[in-house]
Each structure stands twice: as C-alpha cells, then as structure tokens.
Ligand binder design. Structure first.
Ligand code: SAM
Length: 243
C-alpha cells in the first residue's frame, strides 16, 4: 500500500520542497509514497480567485473562506484518509501519532494561511487539527512538511536500518542516548570508555541509563508520563526483573 499525501495550499510550489531530496525524495521517486497538491486558488472566487475574507466580528487579518475550502476538499472525492488541518490550536503532534499515520493510507492535509480557517469548515469536513508546537508559523505548509517528513521516514524500506526507529527519541518514552564516532579524542574529550569496551551488555546498560538521565533532566513531562515501574527510582518489589 502506497502512503498517499494530498496537500491543499495556496503555495503548491512549496512541495515537495525538501521532501524531494534525501531519503524521502528517493522514496518518492521509487513510489513508496506519493504527493499531490491542490491549489486552493483554483477554487477561489472571481477574477482574483479570492480565498479569504474579513473576519466576522472585526479584528485584524483575513480568514480562509469555508465555501472555497469545501470545494477544494470535495474535489478529492470519497477517501478513507484522515483529513488534517495544520493549526497551532491543534493537538500537538507526537511520535505515536506519526507512527499511526504512517501505518495508514496517507493523509489529506489542509494548510492554513492568514488568521486561519472558518470554523464551520473544520466542523463540516471533520478536520483533525494538528499542531507541530507551541509557536506560530506564517502558514501550514512548513508544518505539513514536518508532519510528512516524520511519517515518510517510517515507511517500510525508507530508512536503512529499521531498528534505528525503535531506539531513537520518543520510541520508548525516552530521549535518545548520546552518540559518538571517531576521532577517539576530540579537543581533549575522549569517547566514553565503555563504548569502546566491546562489552555489548554494558554498552546497552550505559545507553539506557543515559537516555533516562537526559529525559529526566530535559523532559520531566515525558519522564512523569512513563509507567512508574519503568522509572528507576520506583521501589521495585523483591524478585521483580527489568523488562
Ligand atoms: N491566528 C492563528 C492563531 O493565533 O492561532 C495563527 C494563524 S497562522 C499565522 C496561519 C496558519 O499557519 C495556521 O492557520 C496554520 O495552518 C499554520 N500554523 C501556524 N502555526 C502552526 C503550528 N504551530 N502548527 C501547525 N500549523 C501552524
């Protein structure tokens, strides 16, 4: 099954952009995933192909019109793919949501501009609002590229070693451990001895404890979400084993 992405935007030239390069670009060329864009202006009104209008109730900026966006979305036809609206008001994107999306048929992604989208369109077309973080971008296109990049790299065959996805940040509710490579000493800083010891069990234990240490310090929110039995300070019952 090919992962199909359809992006609705007033800037179709922004796609595939960086996703046309590197692993995502190779996978796109190989047909592992597909990307098509719909230019919202094609459904705009009048000679100027108007897609926005002044906000009801007054205030600054412009709002994307529900009627125009509905026509653009409906042009896709019946489809089982989730319909997403990139939005700072949305549920923050997580690695788990990315994993779920990449296991599905793809996504229809609406990119907002101006002050955003008429609320009635969101309700009427059942759009799921997705945020890529607590900051405001000037448009949803870069947010859509972020979401697609995160999904595409998880598609079968896109990444060299599938195991790396299982070990990297967030996979087990932890940030990833630190990496090192040659030279053995860089500006007086050696690679931690244990990593060159050849003792795989010790290396794994060191990585685990570093991942836990970093998560605890940098992301107390992630740390506190981990089940208590997976947190080292949790008092273990006698005879319990690590799992
Ligand atoms: N007035 C909106 C607000 O205060 O929530 C911000 C609108 S923003 C200037 C224009 C568009 O950029 C949004 O409709 C959305 O599509 C996109 N956007 C901005 N920040 C985003 C974020 N953090 N995550 C996802 N999309 C974002």
């Amino acid at each position: 099954m090919t992962f199909r992405a359809t992006v609705l935007t007033i800037f179709p030239d922004m796609f595939p952009g960086p996703l046309g390069l590197s692993l995502a670009g190779k996978a796109l060329a190989a047909g592992t995933w597909s990307l098509d864009t719909i230019d919202i202006r094609d459904f705009g009104i009048g000679v100027h192909r108007q897609v926005d209008d002044t906000p009801a109730g007054g205030g600054p900026g412009m709002v994307m019109k529900a009627d125009v966006l509905a026509r653009a979305i409906d042009s896709i036809g019946a489809d089982s793919r989730p319909r997403l609206l990139m939005s700072p008001r949305g549920r923050p994107l997580t690695q788990q949501r990315v994993i779920d999306l990449s296991a599905g048929p793809g996504a229809v992604i609406l990119c907002g501009r101006f002050e955003g989208v008429d609320e009635r369109l969101i309700e009427a077309r059942g759009l799921e609002e997705v945020s890529i973080g607590d900051y405001v971008l000037s448009g949803g296109e870069i947010a859509a590229l972020v979401l697609l990049d995160a999904c595409v790299r998880l598609l079968p065959g896109v990444m060299g070693k599938a195991v790396s996805a299982e070990e990297e940040s967030f996979a087990q509710g932890l940030l990833e451990y630190p990496h090192y490579t040659r030279p053995q000493v860089f500006e007086g800083r050696p690679i931690p001895e244990i990593l060159t010891s050849g003792d795989h069990a010790k290396v794994a234990a060191w990585r685990r404890s570093e991942a836990e240490r970093l998560t605890k310090i940098r992301r107390p929110d992630l740390w506190s979400q981990r089940p208590a039995e997976n947190r080292p300070e949790f008092p273990r019952k006698k005879g319990s084993t690590d799992g």
